[in-house]
Design a protein around this ligand. Structure first.
Ligand SMILES: CCCCCCCCCC/C=C/CC(=O)SCCNC(=O)CCNC(=O)[C@H](O)C(C)(C)COP(=O)(O)OP(=O)(O)OC[C@H]1O[C@@H](n2cnc3c(N)ncnc32)[C@H](O)[C@@H]1OP(=O)(O)O
Length: 396
């Protein structure tokens, strides 16, 4: 718990709380006790802590301190640490905020925290809404945030400083999240990214963690992971929507052929530079792309690494609809919320009728692509491209 609180504190107190005058004059907290019917569950609370990380608007110092205090009270109870010195402005402001909650019960603090996050989310332009309880496992790291509301489960890639590049942990977490979403009571599942990128594809540092079995072992396990990962998309039983909030690279583009709908901001681009990287197509794109856009356009993308704009990708049929960046989030979520109210069983069955005929073929293609890529990863062409990127000599 201290770790989460620490991260929250670091996240919000680093720059924003640098003015001690500003933070020390916030008014006393207006808190009220709530009855049993108003209590938030532990899961609501955990969802709210995830939601907080996705707020797009800075809520201001006072609110940040309120959140900090409520979080501490909800997780640790009344303030129990020594008061920081008067010159330690930031920690003193935080201590004051926590201490001001007195003996407020943990449950009430949890409820007030959820309430506060909920009001912030409603007023922010974030695409993600505060989530009610959903019967699902949370993935094991902050790099992926899963929320559920209004019949929509949203899986958000949350490594904006690394352009949402996919670590091996994230592949595993996405698989877990898809598994849970396939069983929860949501009607639609969405994959999106936090920050300016949708996803920059495979994290190239995945190549640096070589096990005792050497590079062959690494390539072998990488191919198994890739195959499992793509299999989950092939088999996903409910409508799967990509909300492409910015540029997309590599595997985040190829798997779009397995989504049911792809909405993109006009700022998005679609780039599969496999030859540049000494690699080969995956995500079933060797089959879905020629089918979607014809073999020649698919070759331009998958062999020559042509980067498509959102509008070009829409013309080619890879993207369903493009929205102006300024209204993207609003328009897309209004649309998805309306769709999510349709009868969920009918939607699921209709999706399966559309997709099931291809499933067996897609699994075979996935297996083949993964095998070919395993060999590619051992090639000089691939090694050189990865070393070049990691030594900052090359970018796409
Ligand atoms: C044998 C191993 C197997 C492992 C298991 C794998 C299982 C599945 C594999 C599936 C295979 C998929 C194939 C692909 O996805 S190919 C595509 C790979 N992606 C790339 O090559 C993109 C590389 N990134 C870039 O070219 C540029 O970063 C960018 C995306 C064009 C953005 O450029 P920009 O100038 O705007 O931003 P920065 O470069 O400064 O990026 C900010 C920081 O983010 C780091 N970053 C970005 N993308 C990646 C990435 N894909 N991998 C690792 N790191 C990435 C970048 O280094 C910066 O970090 P820094 O701030 O620390 O310098």
């Amino acid at each position: 718990m201290a770790g989460v609180a620490g991260r929250l504190a670091r996240l919000w107190c680093s720059g924003a709380l640098s003015s001690p005058l500003q933070v020390t004059r916030f008014p006393a907290l207006q808190l009220h006790l709530c009855g049993p019917a108003m209590r938030a569950s532990q899961e609501d609370f955990e969802n709210a802590t995830n939601q907080v990380k996705l707020l797009k608007k800075d809520p201001g110092n006072e609110v940040k301190l309120k959140l900090y205090a409520l979080y501490k009270q909800a997780t640790e109870g009344p303030c129990n640490v020594p008061k920081p010195g008067v010159l330690d402005f930031i920690n003193k402001a935080k201590w004051d905020a926590w201490n001001a909650l007195g003996s407020l019960p943990k449950e009430t603090a949890r409820h007030n925290y959820v309430d506060l996050v909920s009001s912030l989310s409603a007023s922010s332009e974030s695409s993600i809404q505060v989530t009610p309880a959903a019967d699902r496992k949370q993935p094991g790291s902050d790099a992926l945030v899963v929320t559920s509301q209004d019949g929509i489960t949203t899986i958000t890639l949350n490594r904006p400083d690394k352009k949402n590049a996919l670590t091996t942990q994230m592949y595993h977490d996405i698989m877990l999240a898809l598994e849970a979403a396939s069983k929860d009571d949501s009607a639609i599942t969405v994959l999106t990214g936090n920050g300016d990128y949708y996803c920059s594809g495979n994290d190239l540092t995945n190549f640096t963690d070589i096990p005792p079995g050497g590079v062959e072992e690494k390539a072998r396990s990488g191919a198994v992971l890739l195959r499992d990962f793509v299999d989950r998309f092939i088999d996903f039983p409910k409508p799967l929507v990509a909300v492409v909030n910015g540029p997309a690279v590599g595997i985040s583009v190829t798997i779009l052929g397995l989504f049911d709908i792809v909405y993109a901001t006009d700022r998005a681009t679609f780039h599969t530079p496999f030859s540049h990287l000494g690699q080969s197509p995956e995500g079933c794109s060797s089959y879905t792309f020629p089918k979607i856009m014809g073999p020649s356009k698919a070759t331009e993308m998958l062999v020559f690494g042509k980067k498509l704009t959102a509008r070009e990708a829409c013309t080619q049929g890879l993207v369903t609809e493009v929205f102006p960046d300024s209204t993207f989030q609003k328009e897309v979520w209004v649309r998805l919320k309306a769709y999510s109210k349709l009868p969920p069983n009918a939607m699921r069955i209709s999706k399966q009728v559309i997709r099931n005929t291809e499933k067996e073929k897609l699994h075979a293609i996935n297996a083949e692509e993964s095998n070919i890529l395993r060999e590619r990863w051992l090639s000089d062409e691939c090694m050189n491209a990865v070393v070049s990127f990691l030594s900052k000599k090359a970018k796409l």
